[in-house]
Ligand binder design. Structure first.
Ligand code: PBG
Ligand code: ZN
Length: 305
């Protein structure tokens, strides 16, 4: 009765990887319990999502073909567009958030267009806007730009409004740090950069105040929800920002954080259930309204038991 923070299944969002092909359910080696699915095999995981009663899913597409402009990201019959249509038709009750970024679709693996070794910010914006519109047309309920290009929230907001989707919310990855914790995700999403790193667009882990400025800028541009990512090493940023700014906050409990817990648990070194619930509760206590986590299905079950 006196507990200040209580986790609820609806707080949790489950990331899902969907790939081209048939009859595919590939385990991701560095993320035990996480799989890449072809569209036809999605129902087995969507049934679990439905039963878990969580807030929604966050969809990541892995196309068969990549090119420098990430064309499959905004193709009408791209892998993510097809997955969204399939889920909306078969499971209309599941809330679909789509990650908007080019890195899974570009041959160079960067989140924006490149020229030589330089990432082109402004030239990337129309492509991101196009991607967002095409996914919402397919049926996505919310878009979540994760590319960290400056000005993308405004570009996406304008494009959605002009296409008749003024009601579709934007969850901005606003304070996304250039983190080694994304390593396992890049295996899962085939999105490791082919050269260089993401430090020209993602944030320096040393900078907490800059995170507040990035969050403020995204809100100014029209973000409805703002995100801090990764979670555990950045709870101070989340806490400070959520005390200062009155807007719903999301936090992304990323792949590397998940991998560490799973590895230690597999060795019998920690109690997985207690660690996961402690971590997720800490994220909520620090100010997160929405927690995106690969533990979502287990977490939801453990909330109820
Ligand atoms: C793509 C993207 C990344 C994640 C979410 N969207 C990786 C990256 O920026 O390299 C990370 C998620 C995770 O590690 O679980 N921009
Ligand atoms: Zn990206």
């Amino acid at each position: 009765m006196m507990q200040e923070t209580r986790l609820h299944p609806k707080d949790l969002v489950y990331p899902l990887f969907v790939m081209e092909g048939e009859q595919i359910r590939n385990p991701v080696a560095s993320m035990p319990g996480v799989f890449q699915y072809s569209v036809d095999r999605l129902p087995e995981i969507l049934e679990q999502v439905k039963t878990a009663g969580i807030g929604g899913i966050m969809l990541f597409g892995i196309p068969a073909c990549k090119d420098p402009l990430g064309s499959e990201a905004y193709a009408e019959h791209g892998i993510t567009q097809r997955a969204v249509r399939f889920i909306k038709e078969k499971y209309p009750e599941i809330y679909i958030i789509v990650d908007v970024c080019l890195c899974e679709y570009t041959s160079h693996g960067h989140c924006g267009m490149v020229c030589g070794e330089e990432i082109l910010n402004d030239e990337t914006l129309p492509l991101l806007a196009k991607m967002a519109v095409s996914l919402v047309e397919a049926g996505a309920d919310m878009v979540a730009p994760s590319d960290m290009m400056d000005g993308r929230v405004e570009a996406i907001r304008q494009a959605l409004d002009q296409s008749g989707f003024a009601q579709t919310p934007i969850m901005a990855y606003s304070a996304k740090f250039a983190s080694a914790y994304y390593g396992p995700f890049r295996d899962a999403a085939h999105s490791a950069p082919g050269f260089g790193d993401r430090k020209s667009y993602q944030m320096d882990p040393a900078n907490g105040k800059e995170a507040l400025r990035e969050i403020a800028a995204d809100i100014e541009e029209g973000a409805d929800i703002v995100m801090v990512k990764p979670a555990l090493a950045y709870l101070d940023v989340l806490k400070e920002a959520s005390l200062q700014i009155d807007i719903p906050f999301a936090v992304y409990n990323v792949s590397g954080e998940y991998a560490m817990v799973k590895a230690a648990a597999a060795n019998g070194w920690i109690d997985e259930r207690r660690i996961v619930m402690e971590n997720l509760t800490a994220m909520k206590r620090a100010g997160a309204k929405i927690i995106i986590t690969y533990h979502a299905l287990d977490g939801a079950r453990w909330c109820r038991e």
